[in-house]
Write a protein that binds this ligand. Structure first.
Ligand SMILES: Cc1cc2nc3c(=O)[nH]c(=O)nc-3n(C[C@H](O)[C@H](O)[C@H](O)COP(=O)(O)OP(=O)(O)OC[C@H]3O[C@@H](n4cnc5c(N)ncnc54)[C@H](O)[C@@H]3O)c2cc1C
Length: 396
């Protein structure tokens, strides 16, 4: 009997794992379940699609034929609701059951909702193609918008409205956009770039209250009692993990915990992609990451490790340094690795060029680059190498 692999989630992590398993085992039975109506598309490209500057077909990564050709069974519109790990079986919302030898959970997360949300029709969150379609239409129609969330996804929403000539107020919690990784000098470049696009950045502000008419928000009030008329509101304040279906060890935020080989507390269940906490040998600590390249690499590693595991071989550790880019401006923005170490930054004489490096003692663990992105591969290799850096200034 062929080995049976079940994969929950057809994002880049799930689809890559399936591909890898098929590359190594032509007989394996591979099934992927997704609650979405279409096969894998590129979420990064949704930011260009929702601005209205990229036709939908360019977001496609795989069509159904891709799965057919590889003998991978794809179940669209199929939510997995329960995993019976005692009997190695999953159950779908329709009540269908499937058995597995190894299971991969690659379900990612869903946008966190505002506590003030009363189901308003013009309040938007962003993650799926369906969300992007609604935001695209809303950005085309709206004259005034409020966007909240000073992170890597919030900026995409702010730019989508501003580039559609919508009067856009962008509310960010602290003084700086993406304060997790930027100081005020770096964030000021991004604020300026946003203002050049017509987006008004409102610092130290978050949504406090709404006024509405017939299920539509008409006015937003922030925590400083400032009010903004709005035809549309879009919010990106984090994600919650899609992990309820599974009873394995999780962290305090509900993220599935995995070891360095991406195996969960259940030996037959692996996890990969966004919202998975694992032990990273590169950073020598437990970590969570949410980027496309990271999820893809995780899917690949988990696929290979599930195969190895079934064949009685030792699974290998997941050793990866991630990258995240924001491509809305002429100056590139790139974030690499871990942004929690001791930070040293430099603003270059040329306008809009900035670099911030993060160290754990004498070791480089992360970098943020604005403008100049040359040398990014070298920085990644340095992070991976665990080398002692004696002269930090040389890295600028
Ligand atoms: C607008 C936007 C811009 C982005 N920009 C960048 C960028 O510039 N650079 C970058 O690196 N990353 C970017 N990202 C993030 C990147 O796209 C994600 O990190 C990556 O797609 C995560 O892939 P994943 O496979 O881990 O999870 P997901 O893509 O979230 O896939 C999980 C899938 O599982 C499905 N699922 C969940 N629960 C169930 C269930 N119970 N049953 C069946 N199916 C289920 C979900 O519907 C989903 O399709 C961006 C994301 C967005 C939305």
């Amino acid at each position: 009997m062929p080995d049976r692999y079940l994969i929950v989630g057809d994002g880049i992590a799930g689809a890559t794992a399936a591909e890898k398993i098929r590359d190594e085992d032509e007989k394996a039975e591979i099934k992927i379940f997704t609650d979405e109506p279409e096969p894998l598309y590129n979420r990064i490209m949704l930011k260009t699609y929702m601005k209205g500057s990229l036709p939908k077909q360019y977001t496609r990564v795989h069509d159904e034929n891709w799965y057919d050709k590889r003998g991978i069974d794809l179940y669209l519109n199929t939510e997995v609701t329960y995993i019976d790990s005692d009997n190695n079986r999953l159950e779908t919302a329709e009540g269908d059951e499937y058995d597995y030898d190894k299971l991969l959970i690659a379900t990612g997360g869903s946008p966190r909702e505002l506590p003030q949300d009363q189901g308003y029709e013009n309040l938007h969150y962003m993650w799926t193609m369906g969300d992007a379609e609604k935001i695209k239409n809303s950005a085309e129609d709206a004259e005034k918008a409020v966007v909240a969330g000073g992170g890597l996804l919030g900026i995409d929403l702010a730019v989508a409205y501003a580039e559609n000539d919508c009067e856009t107020y962008y509310l960010i919690r602290g003084d700086n956009w993406w304060h997790r990784g930027l100081d005020s000098e770096g964030a000021d470049i991004i604020h300026r770039k946003l203002e050049e696009k017509g987006c008004k950045v409102v610092r130290n502000a978050e949504i406090n209250d709404f006024e509405s008419e017939e299920d539509e928000i008409t006015k937003v009030t922030d925590n400083n009692s400032e009010s903004y008329q709005a035809d549309a509101v879009a919010v990106a304040i984090g994600q919650t993990p899609n992990s309820d279906l599974l009873d394995v060890e999780k962290n305090e935020s509900g993220m599935i915990k995995a070891d360095k080989s991406l195996n969960t507390s259940d030996p037959d269940i692996y996890a990969s992609g966004n919202m998975v906490e694992y032990y990273s040998p590169v950073f020598e600590k437990r970590t969570v990451n949410g980027s496309w390249d990271h999820s893809e690499a995780m899917g690949k590693r988990a696929g290979i490790n599930m195969l190895k595991d079934l064949n009685g071989e030792e699974p290998e550790p997941f050793n990866f340094v991630n990258t995240y880019g924001v491509g809305h401006f002429r100056s590139q923005f790139l974030a690499i690795g871990d942004w929690s170490g001791e930070a040293v930054s430099k603003n270059y004489e040329e306008e809009d060029h900035y670099r911030r490096l993060f160290f754990d003692g004498d070791r480089l663990v992360g970098a943020v680059m604005i403008g100049y992105t040359e040398g990014q591969e070298e920085l990644k290799q340095l992070i991976k190498s665990n080398k002692e850096i004696t002269d930090k200034s040389k890295l600028f």
